[in-house]
Design a protein. Structure first.
Length: 339
């Protein structure tokens, strides 16, 4: 292997594209077919490369483990995978983290055009043992109540852009059941205000990588202070007549004590998380916006179908996973037995 290839591998934690048979074959075919076929092949290659980059940290960890123990990483033998799983469990790592590492390893086998041993029966038994040892319960972002959200919004300084942006971000994020990645990806040109609702179109999302447009709707609230549509309009007004580009942007700071002014730089998802903690409390995260929507909707008697129409989740199991109704005293059917 040449030095440039080694350098590229060190930077990404993944085998470089020229070494991936599945990608190389697709790239070669793209140059031999009609433009419309080539365009779709290129989009497929982009998606594969994005997946590889998302898994890069996990694969760097795996390849470093293999190098340290003189194991062959690709293709991975069952003993190699078993040793790595046990290593992660001993550190210890959460079960969800271990499963994510295995998903990364399996995906890279696919891109390399190699058979994967991830589903081997012996490895499945080992994973069950690890699940018993490290536990299955994941740390979940807690849900906040609507009363808490209102209290925090009422405390915002709406004479400053920081407060106007925070109100719009929190209300749109909650009422739209948004992931933070979806919030920061919102563009002005993909939002339509109608008499009945604000329609927000998502070009892509975590569960929609094919580019099929998904839409969410948020509605007027009776109290103007807590109305997501009025909050959105107040924030957009500060953007100075822009009609395209990111909705949520960072603020350019002036002199000490002066209010920030909206820049054209898209807000980062990390900053969204920090803003949620700053205004709702440190125990909450950006994911609490979505979890709180589902929990509140369930408590208000909404059907899973209605909830999925906003969250875009595919199964009822995901609704159950995201709802925060595990308080056995507050949320228990035994209250309604009539004794």
């Amino acid at each position: 292997m040449s030095n440039p290839s080694k350098a590229s591998k060190r930077e990404t934690g993944l085998t470089v594209a020229s070494e991936l048979p599945a990608l190389a074959l697709a790239a070669d075919l793209a140059g031999q077919v009609a433009p419309n076929v080539g365009r779709y092949l290129t989009m497929g290659l982009d998606g594969a490369n994005n997946t590889r980059l998302a898994y890069s940290a996990d694969l760097r960890s795996y390849e470093a483990f293999c190098a340290e123990h003189e194991f062959t990483p690709w293709p991975a033998a069952v003993p190699t995978l078993a040793s790595y799983v046990a290593h992660l469990a001993d550190i210890p790592r959460k079960l969800a983290t271990i499963n994510r590492h295995l998903a990364a390893i399996e995906k890279n086998h696919q891109l390399l055009g190699l058979p994967s041993a991830i589903s081997a029966p012996a490895l499945d038994v080992l994973r069950k043992g690890v699940a018993r040892a490290v536990g299955k319960k994941q740390k979940q972002a807690p849900a906040f109540s609507v009363a808490h959200l209102k209290k925090c919004i009422a405390e915002l300084d709406l004479t400053r852009p920081e407060g106007v942006r925070a109100r719009a971000l929190l209300l749109i994020g909650f009422t739209g059941a948004f992931r933070r990645s979806e919030l920061v990806a919102l563009n002005l040109e993909h939002i339509e205000l109608t008499d009945a609702a604000l329609i927000l179109s998502l070009q892509k999302s975590k569960t929609n990588q094919t580019g099929e447009v998904e839409q969410k709707a948020v509605f007027y609230a009776s109290n103007p202070l807590f109305c997501p549509i009025r909050a959105y309009k107040a924030w957009v007004e500060l953007l100075g007549g822009r009609t395209e580009g990111p909705v949520f942007v960072s603020l350019a700071r002036g002199k000490t004590g002066e209010a920030g002014t909206p820049s054209r730089r898209r807000l980062s998802d990390r900053r969204v998380n920090l803003l949620v903690k700053e205004h709702l409390g440190d125990k909450y995260s950006a994911h609490s916006l979505r979890a709180s929507f589902i929990t509140t909707a369930k408590l208000n008697g909404q059907s899973n179908e209605f909830i999925k129409n906003q969250t875009k989740q595919k199964t009822d199991a995901m609704i159950s996973r995201y709802s925060r109704l595990d308080d056995i005293i507050a949320y228990n059917a035994a209250h309604s037995l009539g004794l």
